[in-house]
Design a protein around this ligand. Structure first.
Ligand SMILES: Nc1nc2c(ncn2[C@@H]2O[C@H](COP(=O)(O)OP(=O)(O)OP(=O)(O)O)[C@@H](O)[C@H]2O)c(=O)[nH]1
Ligand SMILES: [Mg+2]
Length: 432
């Protein structure tokens, strides 16, 4: 099968704003909650390890660490060790991303953000839950004079905070456990901070569940639009704020990037179907295959789009390749001529990626010898490409933070009103 070599990214609409009152309330409460917190577990979605970082909580977390003795210039160094103060980043739903990218990601992230301990987890894997429980118990044991360890679980909506806490609770304490937290496939279920949940008896470890918090503004231009659609696809934004055609077009694009030779959606189409770039062609094939007909014998492409997105959320996301498609791709870029020597095919570069946040170009120059591409070469190449992506993300994020106009229309209006009031007050004061 031929590899897709040019995968154009679709045009996306500006992101909607979804920031209900309970999210704002929690963000305002966070600094005071942190004064009683020893460990923060920040949960992110493995499919969006960068987009599911909530920047709006960063300032409060940084202040908390500085107050508890961490070095402002070297975030891996603690100047005063006055008690527990740890930040763990859990990349949840690991069952939904291919295994081959996890270790390269962990190494790349540790290099770029050394203060964040990254742990992959899924509530389906008892080993992950046991390891997380042990990490918390080990932290508590390092501070025998602290009577109890208080853990605050935070993150974007629908990343699996309540589910993970339920799993930790059942793993940590034998026998009857208190009522489980409610969970849902829809975002925004948890709306208030929970009562405390005992995770371990000796040493005493308690945890608090919190409401998922979305960014107040997802950003301007193409990057804001892409951020919104990614979050909507993983069901992190309230259902109904995006139309299914938009989600389907982006999903088709991403699945092609993830596997340009054999995208996961081919499982829905007859054997031998080639990868498809055009959304209408793709939806027509799905509608034909599933017999989705509107009145008047017309194919129902909107139903096909909704079916595609639902399929991916419920089962398609689980169809992961165990090994990187990079090895196969490298063979696609090189062919052996009759004499057995390597020659480079027409293909000059291929778009490839991992999860929905990582995308890079692979060219024949990335491989020393296509016939001897071994797994360790692939892992270090992937790590290198990921480091570049993380660096770009950090640079863009800093640029957005510096840009005072990078706020929503509502926030801008509020800001203008405040500025206008201050101007009037100043004028009034000088006139008196
Ligand atoms: N595949 C997979 N699904 C998961 C995992 N953890 C949670 N989920 C699913 O993700 C959805 C959201 O889970 P919740 O625990 O309600 O998420 P939350 O972060 O508490 O959401 P809010 O309270 O809305 O912020 C549910 O449908 C869970 O079944 C996981 O490790 N793997
Ligand atoms: Mg919840």
């Amino acid at each position: 099968m031929a590899a897709l070599t040019h995968i154009p990214s679709p045009l996306l609409p500006a992101p909607p704003s979804w920031y209900p009152g309970h999210m704002m309330k929690f963000t305002r409460m966070l600094p005071s909650l942190l004064t009683r917190t020893d460990v923060v577990i920040e949960i992110r979605d493995s499919r969006l390890p960068l987009t599911s970082i909530n920047k709006s909580l960063e300032a409060a977390l940084r202040k908390w660490r500085l107050e508890r003795g961490w070095d402002a210039n070297d975030p891996t160094r603690r100047i005063i060790n006055a008690g527990p103060c740890e930040r763990l980043v859990v990349l949840n739903k690991r069952d939904l991303v291919p295994e081959w990218g996890m270790e390269p990601f962990r190494l790349a992230m540790t290099k770029k953000c050394p203060d964040q301990q990254v742990i992959f987890a899924s509530w389906h894997r008892p080993r992950d839950i046991r390891d997380l429980n042990k990490t918390l118990v080990d932290i508590a044991r390092r501070y025998p004079h602290t009577p109890e360890l208080n853990v605050l679980v935070i993150g974007m909506p629908n990343v699996g905070k309540s589910t993970l806490l339920n799993a930790l609770r059942s793993m940590g304490i034998k026998g009857k456990t208190p009522k489980a937290f409610k969970t849902s496939a829809q975002p925004g279920l948890t709306q208030a901070i929970s009562t405390r949940l005992k995770l371990s008896l000796d040493p005493l470890v308690y945890a608090f569940d919190t409401p998922g918090v979305m960014l107040p503004f997802l950003g301007q231009g193409a990057s804001g639009a892409e951020r919104g659609v990614k979050l909507a696809l993983i069901a992190g934004i309230k259902e109904g704020l995006y139309d299914m055609d938009t989600l389907a077009s982006y999903l088709l694009y991403r699945l092609n990037v993830l596997s340009p030779i054999s995208p996961a959606y081919l499982a829905l189409l007859p054997e031998g179907t080639q990868p498809i770039i055009d959304l209408d062609v793709f939806l027509t094939k799905i509608a034909q295959r599933m017999g989705m007909i509107k009145r008047g014998a017309e194919l129902d492409l909107s139903r096909a789009a909704a079916y595609f997105v639902r399929w991916w959320r419920e089962e398609g996301g689980l169809l992961q390749t165990a090994s990187s498609t990079l090895q196969t791709l490298s063979h696609h870029m090189f062919v052996s001529n009759e004499k057995g020597a390597n020659t480079i095919e027409e293909v000059s570069s291929v778009t490839h990626g991992w999860g929905f946040d990582f995308e890079w170009q692979i060219s024949p120059n990335d491989f020393h010898d296509a016939h001897k591409v071994v797994e360790s070469d692939v892992a270090s190449l992937v790590q290198l490409k990921m480091e570049e992506c993380i660096e770009n993300h950090l640079v863009q994020s800093e640029r957005e933070d510096r840009d005072e106009t990078n706020i929503s229309a509502t926030q801008r209006k509020k800001q203008l009103t405040i500025e206008e009031k201050a101007r009037r007050r100043a004028k009034y004061a000088t006139n008196r």
